[in-house]
Write a protein that binds this ligand. Structure first.
Ligand code: G6P
Length: 369
């Protein structure tokens, strides 16, 4: 193999553990003091970024989930509207383009057929410019987009994407800040966010220490047929990514819901045979999330909660709590909370004896429609 697996049982596990380095590499030399260096997006960045009034993101699979997180980064960090769509829908929709829109494709490989076709379509229809966030510098996507920001995840072998996702989030954080600083969003705030992002690699490193505890949790899932993942705000897409990981490699049916939507359907499914995994950062939606979780308990659902240290969650009958190593800021939350969900999916798949790195019916890169 061109890429060594070393002592790790699977590439996926190795790639999960490579995340602190991969995220650090993706941020490296792209932030100077409290400023994001636009040159990282390519030679035309200084000309294009000032014209951007909104962003339309297109991607597939895990990269689509990164796009859903980016919506929060762009709206909160840069105060500009952002829409997100899967590429296979976008390419046949004949979209109406708002003036001042940047088209952004996100792709690990840069060769996904639907994402590439969407980019080619977008180049014809009146965007300010096209941009790519991608992990492969020589890819078609990077060659054809006006701007590009490379994630520096290194080669990803496991079909289920891990380090490519978290490095995409880091890159999207940089994009939010780069556009934010152009739009005279409070300079000091850009600095605060930039510093929060730079702490992420160390925080991911600490989070990886939960691995042994997560392996114990995995035993509760191995014989289940369904699982429900809940999040709110920017951790809702994280819940989606957690559900996708579990589906992809353990073949357990998993769904993600924004916790506030529980009562509009999925609550009917909750019983003691369907574990519910919740991501509970200590943000302004915490109290609402707590009452959502009580609804699950009241129906006999078994809860597994990944919680910020200051959330005041206490374990009780049917409620397992895993406390994160330290307080996590909203900007950091998607990158940090993704890690335990990746590990959970991994350990469940190992217990079920599936082919973790090469799940059935899936491909690393879908280059045909
Ligand atoms: C396939 C892979 C996923 C990936 C998706 C998009 O489905 O199995 O892991 O997220 O393609 O790939 P891309 O290279 O465009 O990010």
């Amino acid at each position: 193999d061109a890429v060594e697996r070393g002592d790790y049982a699977h590439y996926m596990l190795k790639e999960i553990y490579e995340q602190p380095r991969a995220i650090a590499d993706t941020l490296s030399e792209r932030i100077l003091g409290d400023h994001v260096l636009e040159a990282a997006f390519g030679p035309r960045a200084a000309e294009i970024l000032p014209q951007v009034d909104n962003v339309h993101i297109v991607a597939c699979g895990t990269s689509y989930h990164a796009g859903l997180v980016a919506r929060y980064y762009l709206e909160q960090g840069a105060r500009i509207p952002c829409t997100v769509e899967v590429a296979s829908e976008y390419r046949y929709r004949n979209p109406v383009v708002q003036p001042g829109t940047l088209f952004l494709a996100i792709s690990q490989s840069g060769e996904t057929a639907d994402t590439l076709a969407a980019l080619r379509e977008a180049r014809k229809i009146g965007y300010v410019a096209t941009a790519a966030i991608c992990n492969v510098a020589e890819s078609s996507l990077v060659r054809e987009a006006d701007l590009s920001l490379m994630t520096r995840a290194g080669p990803e072998v496991g079909v289920a994407s891990t380090k490519a996702f978290t490095t995409q989030l880091a890159a999207l954080g940089l994009l939010g800040l780069a556009i934010g600083q152009r739009r005279s969003v409070d300079r000091r705030l850009v600095g605060v966010y930039a510093r929060q992002m730079q702490r992420v690699p160390e925080m991911v490193q600490q989070t990886l220490k939960l691995d042994a505890q997560i392996r114990v949790w995995a035993r509760h899932f191995a014989d289940k047929h369904h699982a429900l993942f809940l999040g709110r705000g920017p951790t809702y897409p994280v819940a989606m990514e957690g559900a996708l990981k579990l589906k992809e490699i353990s073949y357990i049916h998993a769904e993600a819901y924004p916790a506030g939507e529980l009562k509009h359907g999925p609550l009917a499914l909750v019983d003691d045979d369907m574990p519910v995994i919740a991501v509970a950062p200590n943000d302004r939606l915490l109290e609402k999330l707590k009452s959502n979780l009580q609804e699950v308990r009241a129906r006999g659902g078994r809860l597994f909660v990944f919680a910020d240290p200051n959330t005041g969650f206490t374990p009780s009958d049917g409620v397992d709590i895993m406390t994160m190593p330290e307080h996590i800021e909203p900007l950091q939350a998607p990158l940090i909370y993704t890690v335990p969900l990746q590990l959970l999916a991994y350990h469940v798949a190992v217990l079920r004896g599936t082919d973790v790195d090469q799940p059935r019916n899936l491909a690393k890169s879908v280059t045909v429609e």
